[in-house]
Ligand binder design. Structure first.
Ligand code: GLY
Length: 416
């Protein structure tokens, strides 16, 4: 069996690592980590014609599209129309991530629990709505409707912060066209988690749950990032909460999309906040989480390739084997991330990696044979152990051994 993985980050390295256990793996464009597992092709994810040509060359049994942008731009539709088996939703469903206004409309239509909100194209109207929330003693979250590299969601304790966020998005255009429309929603308080669900039409199988740490610094301080580390299982998330989330969030959304003629074939990432035992949906993403995937896939045994293939083909889904051990991933980042940071910094990796550890490349490249940094999140060091404490200990041992100037990582993954 042959699998083509589209993308080049830590998530794609983890997918390549897992899928290579059950198939021959090709990556477009991949990274130095995936090059050690399969064959990389220097094709950018935005060049759909070149990816389509690559598919004709390789003839993969399965294509897995990692990042959201090519999905939003219709890569899965194109490849499916050309006869390839693709895990990843088409452009219409991918609007769940491409447009927060669309996602809100869909949540309301499907009856998915979500917080009170308004969608605005006029900054004055958005500010009026925010003022009403604060007058009622509530707080606001201001979201740029379009994609904003994970930075377009601003949680505002004070009305002044909400006004500033609305101005920065709608007037200053700090997020370009993505902030032309904003969603202002009532802030929900509680515990946050995400659920990764493999979907095919109205059928679905959720993967083991993980928890991400989004802030850059220990103690959940500092700016928001794409994610600084994950762990799985998550002690406070029980089977009944997962079942409730599947029944109240995932199923209604899949059925509603289907009723509108949209058949979802791919990963549905539900971002949730649990308040009073209700899983409120904060957002949907249409792809595997990064770095959630790096921990979640460590807890899956055989049957993962077949699960993705069956979902992509619209065939009945069979759950893969789940592994009982704990997994933890710590992201090793470039100094300055998520703000500006240097690229091209030489990296020294430990020569011996202990059993149970995978060092997933996220932002690296080779320059004349030398491994250098090429992004904010450089590696995800992923370890498994009998307990979370054991996985943590090993992951941090290896994270400490990776050397490059300016490296940093959070020291409290799995404890915060
Ligand atoms: N780690 C959050 C995300 O993948 O969106």
């Amino acid at each position: 069996m042959k699998t083509l993985i589209v993308g080049s980050g830590g998530r794609e390295h983890a997918l390549a690592w897992k899928l290579a256990q059950e198939s021959e793996v090709f990556c477009a464009p991949g990274n130095p980590g995936t090059a050690e597992i399969g064959q990389n092709f220097a094709v950018p994810v935005s060049d759909h014609a070149a990816i389509s040509e690559l598919c004709r060359q390789i003839e993969p049994d399965l294509v897995v599209v990692g990042p959201e942008d090519p999905l939003i731009d219709g890569l899965a539709d194109r490849l499916r129309a050309e006869g390839f088996v693709v895990f990843g939703p088409g452009a219409a469903c991918a609007q769940l991530e491409g447009s927060k206004a669309f996602a809100k409309d869909q949540m309301l239509l499907a009856g998915v629990p979500n917080s009170r909100s308004g969608t605005f194209t006029d900054p004055g109207d958005a500010i009026k709505f925010a003022r009403k929330l604060y007058a009622e003693g509530r707080q606001a979250v201001v979201k740029a409707s379009g994609p904003a590299l994970g930075k377009g969601v601003i949680v505002c304790s004070l009305l002044e912060e909400a006004e500033e966020a609305i101005n920065s998005m709608m007037v200053e255009r700090d997020f370009g066209d993505s902030g032309r429309t904003v969603v202002v929603e009532e802030r929900v308080f509680g515990r946050e988690f995400s659920l990764l669900t493999v979907c095919s039409g109205a059928s679905r199988i959720s993967l083991p749950v993980s928890q991400d740490h989004k802030r850059a610094l220990d103690g959940d301080r500092g700016p928001n990032t794409g994610g600084m580390g994950t762990f799985s299982p998550v002690p406070w998330i029980h089977a009944d909460l997962i079942a409730k989330t599947e029944q109240e969030v995932v199923d209604p959304m899949l059925r509603s999309l289907q009723a509108q003629g949209m058949d979802y074939r791919g990963m549905l990432f539900s971002g949730l906040m649990v308040e009073d035992r209700i899983p409120y949906c904060l957002e949907f993403n249409v792809r595997f989480g990064d770095p959630e995937t790096q921990s979640v896939l460590r807890r899956i045994g055989t049957g993962f390739w077949e699960l993705l293939r069956a979902a992509a083909s619209g065939e009945p889904l069979v759950a893969p084997e789940w592994l009982n051990h704990a997994a933890m991933t710590v992201v090793v980042a470039s100094g300055g991330y998520p703000g500006s940071y240097r690229k091209g910094v030489e990296i020294e990796l430990p020569t011996q990696i202990p059993a149970g550890v995978e060092v997933f490349h996220a932002g690296t490249k080779r320059e004349s044979g030398t491994l250098v940094t090429n992004g904010g999140r450089v590696f995800g060091v992923s370890a498994v152990g009998e307990s979370l404490a054991e996985a943590r200990k090993i992951a941090y041992e290896v994270a400490n051994l990776i050397e490059f100037e300016g490296k940093f990582f959070r020291k409290d993954i799995g404890t915060a």
